[in-house]
Design a protein around this ligand. Structure first.
Ligand SMILES: Cc1ncc(COP(=O)(O)O)c(C=O)c1O
Length: 449
């Protein structure tokens, strides 16, 4: 098929998400095919996917085992209602996910996205406390610059100002935020290690935030193990472990939002494994199906599930224990995609490869960008990294956006996030691809100086 055929589309009717629609239409970036680590655009260009299509396509594009599993499932059981019934693929996928999760994280509540996972986990927290007779625990604590999707719950505990600013009192009322985990003076350049801070960042939680609300009123703390969406910011050494201890001390649930860090990005199953800290709930989405079909979920501890069941011990047999779910929770085609994806990860040892290539990426980012104009920081860990640039006065985010556009025109997809350019390629990435990404980004940084 001639690529010119793909120019024949009308852009008047799609309102693009998280995109400057007006400028997009003047300079569209439209994909029509993908294979391995490359896209083909509507005008026939090859573009290297340097961000796994937003942290999703971990195993690379157009993976036959996943495609075949989906086709087979469509011909076997296309869909089945999720309420008061289930399907074999959902049980199999949940079993595989629970087996991969650390500690007693064994009960999977499926949904379709990271946003739904965030809101589901917050609702579980409230329902769990109420089931135990502690319904007064309704304060949530998130973190500045945290991202937990676009539902009202996730937005409220999230800390990205642009996502929150127009919603005012519609955000959840009893929410507080911990300080952000970045020290631009002492921790600007980090390559593959956990930053060691002199300051104890969590004293703020212990000495100010918890006393303000009274810890007995706090339902849950939610954090991304590594702050991904805002630009790959790494937690100080020991931070997550201490957060776990503080939560335990006060009976507060700890939720890890692993929509980005889950399924191999850190070289191991989850960020929880990387940091050796087991949360009470772990949210996932994206890479679980290689991004091919939407699927998300919350892996809850046995303790949470058992408490919810015990609270209903005296209730009649037909009583539902948790009034929550989505029409597409555990969709058989999505779960078949997840099973095939998780098998592929294992067969090709892709998490280990992500860890190995992460070191190559980290070294390449640091040697390629350090000292370039406006570069004020570089952070890398796992198979991801970010280069931070000084903002253009009065135009926050513009420098990173312009660099992203230049890179795209030169055949590399990276992600602008605040003042950062983020790189998080598929786990099948090769050294030559990384070198190409770094060289194209470096040229764009120089051009936009
Ligand atoms: C940590 C985190 N949580 C939640 C979400 C929201 O996921 P979705 O866009 O699938 O709703 C994202 C998306 O990037 C994310 O990075």
């Amino acid at each position: 098929m001639a690529y010119t055929e793909f120019r024949d589309f009308n852009m008047e009717h799609q309102w693009l998400p998280f995109t400057p629609n007006r400028s997009f239409k003047k300079d569209p970036r439209v994909f029509v095919a993908a294979d391995g680590v490359h896209f083909t655009t509507h005008d026939g260009k090859q573009v290297l996917d340097g961000i796994s299509s937003l942290w999703c396509v971990a195993a690379g594009h157009n993976r036959k085992p996943i495609n075949e599993a989906i086709k087979k499932q469509l011909d076997t059981l296309d869909y089945a209602t999720a309420f008061q019934a289930s399907n074999d693929q959902a049980f199999k996928a949940a079993e595989m996910i629970a087996a991969m999760a650390p500690g007693d994280l064994n009960k999977v509540l499926f949904c379709n996205s990271g946003s739904e996972a965030a809101d589901t986990s917050l609702k579980v927290a409230l329902a769990y406390h109420r089931a135990r007779g502690e319904g007064h625990r309704n304060v949530f604590i998130g973190r500045e610059r945290g991202y937990h999707g676009v539902g009202f719950g996730g937005m409220s505990v999230g800390g990205i100002p642009a996502n929150r600013k127009v919603y005012g009192a519609a955000l959840l009322p009893r929410v507080d935020h911990m300080r952000f985990i970045h020290d631009p003076v002492n921790q600007a350049y980090i390559n593959g290690v956990e930053p060691v801070w002199q300051e104890d960042l969590l004293l703020e939680l212990e000495n100010r935030i918890l006393p303000l609300h009274d810890p007995s009123n706090v339902a849950a703390v939610i954090v991304e193990p590594v702050a991904g969406s805002t630009g790959w910011y790494l937690p100080p050494q020991g931070y997550l472990r201490r957060l776990r201890e503080i939560c335990d001390k006060h009976g507060i649930l700890l939720i890890f939002d692993e929509v980005i860090t889950g399924f191999g990005r850190m070289g191991v199953n989850f960020g929880a494994d990387y940091y050796g800290v087991v949360p009470d709930m772990l949210n996932f989405a994206k890479a679980v199906t290689n991004g091919v079909i939407p699927l998300g979920g919350v892996i809850c501890s046995d303790r949470i599930y058992d408490s919810m069941m015990q609270a209903n011990a005296g209730a009649p047999e037909h009583a539902i224990e948790f009034f929550h779910g989505y029409t597409y929770s555990g969709h058989p085609v999505a779960c078949a995609a997840a099973i095939a994806t998780l098998n592929l990860f294992k067969e090709e040892q892709l998490f280990q490869r992500a860890g190995d290539m992460g070191k190559v990426l980290g070294d390449a980012l640091h040697s390629g960008f350090k000292g370039l104009p406006n570069v004020v920081g570089i952070r890398s860990l796992g198979l991801a990294g970010a280069v931070e640039l000084s903002p253009i006065a009065g135009s926050p985010g513009k420098r990173a956006y312009d660099i992203f556009i230049d890179c795209f025109h030169n055949g590399v997809l990276v992600r602008p996030a605040a003042e950062n350019i983020v790189v998080c390629p598929p786990y099948i990435i090769e050294k030559a691809h990384i070198e190409r990404i770094v060289s194209v980004v470096a040229d764009a940084i120089r051009k936009n100086a």
